[in-house]
Structure formats: structure tokens, C-alpha cells
Ligand binder design. Structure first.
Ligand code: ADP
Ligand code: MG
Length: 269
């Protein structure tokens, strides 16, 4: 028997290889006689360092695609190569390993543990990592990661002592805890207003500037403009795949929000 992981981990070529490569991927859910074809023959590549937004109407296959990219699920047909490894070949345990090592997830609903501090929430994924860190090293990295998302002063707060935007930043820090190759976010601003969404996008844009690859699902065109590339899905197909030409700068947007707020505060006095 060949060792898939040893085989798969070696990049196949020495020019820039894609971090994510889908080849003729389909995903059919067994439902009724025909089944539901949630993804139909999708081929696409995402290189390291990209910031991609996935758009599309409800039911177009966005979450199905994210579940595949995040190794929570496998294609019914076709191949998914993550960092050169063919995910279709992996068994359940190997999927969990590659997920822990390479993927950070951010959800619409934050999913923080309510009875533990921000710091402990960020430490948690490190306990399940194959890189065994001492308690001290975990706390140090958790603090640094909270700093990265601008929450250095909130380490000891519990989720109910934090605003929605702050909770989502803790969730982003938690997703970054094991230093993943890619950050996957399904509607990360779905529960937040536009001002707070811009704040979250400052975190995403600064992480991306540090080289973190980000793939984010959103149904808001404005949020998609913070990314560098937009993929539009329809009926399980990629309808459009284009670079963002009118990109938004989150710091600039946030500055505008603050200006508007200052003006309305002045108007009140
Ligand atoms: P989106 O995230 O864009 O709203 P989904 O990927 O959730 O779309 O769904 C794509 C299609 O697959 C839809 O028609 C949906 O009803 C169907 N679907 C999603 N999950 C399942 C499932 N577990 N079983 C059966 N059908 C599903
Ligand atoms: Mg969805």
C-alpha cells in the first residue's frame, strides 16, 4: 500500500501550485429518487494568499462548497486537492487531521463557548492540534492571536461581556489559533450591521495582507468588494469568477463611518 499522505504532501511541480484545486467536483445529496445535485462539475483553483468572496442566491451551493473546502465533506465525483493532498482519498480520521492542521472556520453565529474567557476560547483548538504546545505556550499564542484581531484588552472577558463584533473577532482569533493555511468564513457578517461588518473586514484584510488565504461566503455585494476575487454561484455552477476592480479599503470605510458618527454627534449638541 502506498502512503497517501507522504505521497500527497509533496508539491507536484515547482511553479506556484494552488492551495485549493477542485477538478470536476460534483456533490449530490441522496434525497428522493433523483437526489439533489448541489454542485455540478465544478473546477476551480485558489492560490495561497488570495481573498475570495463566494456569492449566490440561497440554495445555489455555497455552503456545500464551503463544507467540501473545509474537509467536512467529500465530493461525490471529482477531486479536491488541498495543498497537494487528494481529499477524496482520505478516511474519516485523516480528514479530521487535515482539517485541524490546515483549516480555520468562522461562522455567522460565532459559536463561542459562553462559560469561558476569550483567551480560553482561542486556546481550545490548540488542545486538539498535533503540535503539542505547553499550557504556557498556548496562552502566549492565544494572547498574540487576540492582539492580531485587536482584542488584546479583552482576553479575560466572557462572550456575554463582549459586543457582537468583538465576539466575531474572538471567533476569528480562535480560527487562527492553529495557524491554518486557509480561513473559511460562511456569512461572517450575517449577524452584524454595516459599521461592525467594516470592522470585521479590517481584520480580514489585515490577515490577508499577512499572507493568510481567505474564502468567505456572503450574500452582500458590498461585503464581497472587500475581497480580491468574486465567485458567483447559481444552481450548483460557477456563474462568474472575476477579480474585484472596485475594491473597498476597510480602514477607509471605517474612517468614513467615524466621520459620519462625529457629525451626527455634533448635530445633537
Ligand atoms: P447555499 O449555501 O448557497 O444556500 P446549500 O449548499 O446549502 O446552498 O444548498 C444547495 C442545494 O443542496 C439546495 O438545493 C439545498 O436544498 C440542497 N441541500 C443542502 N444540504 C442538503 C442535505 N443535507 N440534504 C439534501 N439536500 C441538501
Ligand atoms: Mg448557505
Amino acid at each position: 500500500m502506498t502512503d497517501r499522505r507522504a505521497h500527497g504532501c509533496t508539491p507536484q511541480n515547482n511553479f506556484v501550485s494552488s492551495l485549493i484545486k477542485l477538478e470536476h467536483v460534483s456533490r449530490t445529496y441522496a434525497l428522493g429518487r433523483a437526489g439533489v445535485q448541489a454542485l455540478r462539475d465544478i473546477s476551480l483553483q485558489i492560490a495561497s494568499g488570495e481573498f475570495v468572496a463566494i456569492l449566490g442566491a440561497s440554495g445555489s451551493g455555497k455552503s456545500t462548497l464551503m463544507n467540501l473546502l473545509g474537509c467536512l465533506d467529500r465530493p461525490t465525483m471529482g477531486h479536491y486537492f488541498l495543498d497537494g493532498v487528494d481529499v477524496a482519498d482520505l478516511d474519516h480520521d485523516e480528514l479530521a487531521d487535515i482539517r485541524n492542521a490546515k483549516i480555520g472556520f468562522v461562522f455567522q453565529s460565532f459559536n463561542l463557548l459562553s462559560r469561558t474567557s476569550a483567551l480560553q476560547n482561542v486556546e481550545l483548538p490548540m488542545l486538539y492540534s498535533s503540535t503539542r504546545l505547553s499550557g504556557r505556550a498556548r496562552r502566549k499564542r492565544a494572547r498574540e492571536t487576540l492582539e492580531l484581531v485587536g482584542l488584546a484588552g479583552r482576553a479575560d472577558h466572557h462572550p456575554n461581556q463582549l459586543s457582537g463584533g468583538e465576539q466575531q473577532r474572538v471567533a476569528i482569533a480562535r480560527a487562527m489559533a492553529n495557524q491554518p493555511a486557509v480561513l473559511l468564513a460562511d456569512e461572517p457578517t450575517g449577524n452584524l450591521d454595516s459599521r461592525i461588518s467594516a470592522e470585521i473586514m479590517t481584520v480580514f484584510q489585515s490577515l490577508n495582507e499577512r499572507g493568510i488565504t481567505i474564502v468567505m461566503v456572503t450574500h452582500e455585494l458590498d461585503i464581497a468588494r472587500y475581497a480580491k476575487r468574486n465567485i458567483v454561484m447559481r444552481d450548483g455552477l460557477v456563474l462568474k469568477d472575476t477579480p474585484v476592480t472596485d475594491r473597498l479599503d476597510s480602514n477607509e470605510e471605517l474612517r468614513r463611518w467615524k466621520e459620519t458618527e462625529a457629525q451626527s454627534a455634533m448635530a445633537l449638541t
